[in-house]
Write a protein that binds this ligand. Structure first.
Ligand code: BES
Ligand code: MN
Ligand code: MN
Length: 454
């Protein structure tokens, strides 16, 4: 193992240059103008995986973006790990808020700034380098390794579940490994044992067939912007509880034991509020901020659009109003069932003065792991060796819907070892990756493969 770690230490600078080259490809899956770049990012992965010695590297076409596959299966009876990550990234807007160009990765104060640095290219790249170090120094990996990288994670992974359903043999493994989550805090390495699910919708409200002069018509018809606002205001009550009937029916309550564990985590509400610039924290009554953001479901508005928003003033009655909304779900809420409850509630509260349409965008199941799994324990030991500190076990508020799919379709558990930081600004301007975490992450990953083999 020392040879492997020495190799990693020796090549640190090269790693950064290589990662910068991958980050320079703007693989934004949400924007069709980047379709070529998405493909180029996949090709880059495939070339890189070949260069580090992975076998059977190929792009597998889907109706959307290709899936990168690679394996190394010469470890005999040792367990087989299925690694999952994504090579697509979020859009970069608003561009003017970036302190350096999002696709020219820049190091400042030990952090690498670029779109995708933390979510998820940088974290995937840790494993490329851990694999490379094993293969270059020992000519082998301690475990059998299968790897898939998708290019549609940030837009709902539409083609991933069908791919997994149809490729059960190809993907057969003992455990899934993912690095696409965060540490609890700087200096607090973590293993994630829970993710929230998601149900995402667009609501369209139409009042009239065209925008109207607000003097001539104002007062005579319903204003779709106001109707939409009134409907959204009925989604939560003042104590932060979601008002959709049946929304909480399947929610697994937080046990006293789990709440006690939450309390042990080093979390400072005041510092948290200050960091994000919130004048005062707000959420469901009776729960702490950590519980609210990871162990409880929520309804949120993600975007709102209506009427005149340009410079100056324009007296107009908008013809339409639109909102993007989503619900984060916890075990055992079913995203389809929640979608039905939501649509029924919208229908119930929609006034007859407007036409309201609800469109489902995407969704995914919540997930929770059992901590007594030997692979989770092995990951804990690897992190302790790599970071010099045992990990804490956390639930995260974000979603990686495929984790539930792996459990359901392949029947295997996932280990979520992430080295992001809560302030990495993923999905936002100035996304960054902490380089110390990146290097400790490579070393932990190298240990992880060894620990998995034990
Ligand atoms: N890596 C994130 C998920 C994540 C974020 C996990 C923070 C833990 C902490 C992933 O790329 C992501 O953004 N997921 C989407 C899922 C959606 C597009 C289906 C999310 O959570 O919004
Ligand atoms: Mn991600
Ligand atoms: Mn993401």
């Amino acid at each position: 193992m020392n040879r492997v770690i020495d190799f990693i230490e020796l090549h640190r600078d090269r790693y950064l240059d290589e990662l910068k080259a991958w980050l320079a490809i703007p693989s934004v899956s949400a924007l069709s103008e980047h379709a070529g770049d998405v493909r180029r990012a996949a090709d880059w992965c495939a070339d890189h995986l070949r260069s580090i010695g992975m076998h059977n590297v190929k792009l597998i076409d889907t109706p959307g973006n290709p899936i990168v596959y690679a394996d190394w299966l010469e470890a005999g009876d040792a367990p087989t790990v299925l690694f999952y990550g994504h090579y697509d990234v979020q859009p970069v807007d608003p561009l003017n808020l970036w302190n350096s160009p999002p696709f020219e990765a820049t190091v400042r104060d030990g952090e690498l700034f670029a779109r995708g640095s933390s979510d998820d290219k940088g974290q995937v790249f840790m494993h490329f380098k851990a694999i490379e170090a094993h293969l270059k120094q020992n000519g082998r990996l301690p475990i059998n390794f299968k790897l898939i990288l998708e290019g549609e994670e940030e837009v709902g992974s539409k083609n991933l579940d069908p791919f997994i359903e149809s490729q059960k043999d190809l993907l057969k493994a003992d455990v899934v490994l993912i690095s696409d989550t965060s540490m609890f805090d700087r200096g607090v390495p973590s293993l994630c044992y829970g993710l929230r699910g998601l149900a995402y919708f667009q609501i369209d409200v139409r009042g009239t067939n065209t925008d109207l002069h607000s003097g001539t018509y104002g007062g005579g018809v319903a204003n779709p912007a106001i109707v939409l606002a009134q409907m959204l205001a009925q989604m939560k009550d003042r104590s932060g509880r979601v008002k959709i009937p049946g929304f909480y029916d399947a929610v697994r309550p937080l046990s006293d034991a789990e709440r006690a564990e939450y309390k042990k985590l080093p979390f400072n509400e005041r510092r948290y509020a200050k960091e994000i610039g919130a004048p005062k924290l707000y959420g469901e009554a009776g729960f702490t901020t950590l519980e609210r953001t990871t162990g409880r479901p929520t309804f949120e508005v993600n975007g709102l659009l209506s009427g005149f928003t340009g410079e100056g003033a324009k007296t107009v009655l908008p013809a339409v109003a639109m909102a993007k909304v989503s619900m984060r779900l916890v075990p055992d809420q079913d995203p389809h069932k929640i979608g039905e409850l939501f649509a029924a509630y919208v229908k119930e509260i929609a006034p007859r003065t407007v036409q309201v349409e609800v469109k489902a965008m995407h969704g995914g199941w919540p997930w929770m792991a059992s901590l007594d799994n030997p692979f989770v324990q092995a990951a804990g030991r690897a992190i302790e060796r790599g970071f010099g500190q045992a990990p804490v076990y956390t639930r995260e508020g974000g979603s990686i819907p495929v984790v539930a799919t792996f459990q359901r379709v392949l029947g295997i558990p996932s280990v979520l070892f992430g080295v992001g930081l809560p302030d990495d600004r993923i999905h936002a301007p100035n996304e960054k990756l902490d380089l110390a975490n990146f290097y400790s992450g490579i070393i932990s990953s190298a240990f992880l493969y060894e620990e998995f083999a034990k």
